[in-house]
Structure formats: C-alpha cells, structure tokens
Design a protein. Structure first.
Length: 259
C-alpha cells in the first residue's frame, strides 16, 4: 500500500502527515501530485496561516522505495524523469506557498525525506531524530532539492560532508549547523511545531509572504537588487492594513489583531 498524505486543520494551521508507518512513511510517486495540490490550495486559503509537515508514527520519512527504484531501472528513463519532476513540483510548491511551512521530525528523515524536511521553511526535530543523505550509499545523487538546500545553507565543506559521506547526522549536529531551528524532547516534535505554527498563523500574512520571498530570492541577486527588493516590499507592507494594525497595537501597548 502506497503512502498517503493525510490532511487535518487545526484552527489556522494545516497539518499534513505522510502516512505509511509500517514502511517508515516511504515516498511513492502517487503522493507527489497530492502534496503539490495541498500546498497550492493552502496558498489560496485565507483561513490558513501556517502549515506543519510530519510523518505518521515514529518516523518522519524514510525516503524512496528501493524496490520501486530497482524495478524502474528496467524501464525507460523518461518515466523516472516525470516522477522526479512531480516530486520537485512538490518542493517548489512549498517554497512558493506564502505561508510558513514547518517540518516536524521524529525518528528518521532519510534520502528524499531529508530533502523534504530541508524544503520546509523551518524545522523542529526530536533529540533522537536522525537525518541522512543516504543516496550515495546506493550510488545515487540526491533529489528533492537536497543538494540545493544544503548548498544554500552551508559552506561547501559541510554540504559535501553530508552528501558524500552518507552517514546519519543528529538533530544536535544539524542545529549547530543552522539547519534545525529547535531540538525538542522525543515524541513532542509535532506538538511543538503546531504550537509554533499557531503563533505564526496569528501574524501578518502579507508581511510573512514578503519576508519568505525575500529570503528565498536572495541567492543569485546582486546586493543592490536585494536591497531594492527589500525597499519595494517594505513600502508595500508599510501601507497595508496589517502594518496599520501592527503599529497601532504597539503604540496602544496591546496585542495586535491582524486582518
């Protein structure tokens, strides 16, 4: 049975769960278009303010199914190209979504599961979580944006260590590298990610979208282009109803109530 993506609304937070616990929530191509559509729909839903992505049970995601990949080797390469394009549509949909996306990692995040966790905006991990770019162990290069995310976030030496060595990394190690935001007691990653998401979901959606776009668009820009983008976003947000409420609430010494 292939993994499913379960969807549940928790107030203004959307909880998405990769579910095939008997196989460590291994990825399957049937999952990819579903996930992409969930993120695209969430982007248009004014009732949502944040998203949490997690795994069902003891693990986040064990990556791809090697038996399926073995069978794919006997098929034309065009089929695998289409499968990876669908996976990468999912990764791009997370990046393009204006809402903060938080990965909640318990247990293993391996291969494509690690890539998906890195594709989220923020990452909460249990103390005993293990992250591994396991591709190299079976003679593969990464997919799901793993190389891109690591190269953006880390010095090349650190990125290449994770990609070339293929050894598991602890949540504490990735926290020290800046890849994991919060390390929490085992069994609490989802609850703590939901609490964080609820707080973010009460914030100014337009400003959050602009901040997310600014950060993700920095690479490849000149400093002047990035400064100009910051200028334009600042002016646009300054004249928004959200900013009006935010300033008024600060001056009134009360919590803001963003529209």
């Amino acid at each position: 049975m292939a993994a499913q993506l379960l969807s549940e609304r928790r107030g203004r937070v959307l909880l998405l769960t990769i579910s095939q616990p008997e196989a460590r929530n291994a990825l399957h191509p049937s999952l990819y278009p579903q996930a992409t559509q969930h993120f695209r729909d969430a982007a248009q839903d004014a009732g949502l303010g944040a998203i949490v992505l997690c795994g069902d049970g003891a693990h986040f995601c064990g990556g791809g199914d090697l038996r399926r990949l073995q069978q794919q080797r006997a098929q034309p390469a065009e089929g695998q190209l289409q499968i990876l394009d669908a996976l990468h549509d999912w990764v791009e949909a997370m990046r393009a979504c204006p809402l903060p996306v938080i990965a909640a990692v318990e247990g293993a995040a391996a291969g494509g599961g690690f890539s998906l966790a890195l594709g989220c905006d923020l990452l909460v991990a249990a103390e005993n979580a293990r992250f591994v770019m396991s591709y190299v162990r079976i003679g593969l290069s990464p997919d799901g944006g793993g190389s891109d995310a690591l190269a953006r976030a880390l010095p090349s030496q650190a990125a290449l260590e994770l990609l070339l060595d293929g050894e598991p990394a602890t949540a504490a190690r990735l926290h020290a590298l800046g890849l994991v935001n919060r390390v929490v007691p085992p069994g609490t990653a989802v609850a703590q990610a939901l609490a964080w998401a609820s707080r973010l979901a009460a914030g100014p959606r337009t400003a959050q979208r602009q901040i997310k776009q600014l950060v993700h668009a920095t690479r490849g820009r000149t400093q002047r282009a990035q400064l100009d983008a910051e200028r334009d976003a600042f002016v646009a947000s300054l004249y928004s109803p959200e900013c009006g409420e935010g300033i008024a609430a600060f001056l009134d010494k009360r919590p803001p109530s963003f529209p």
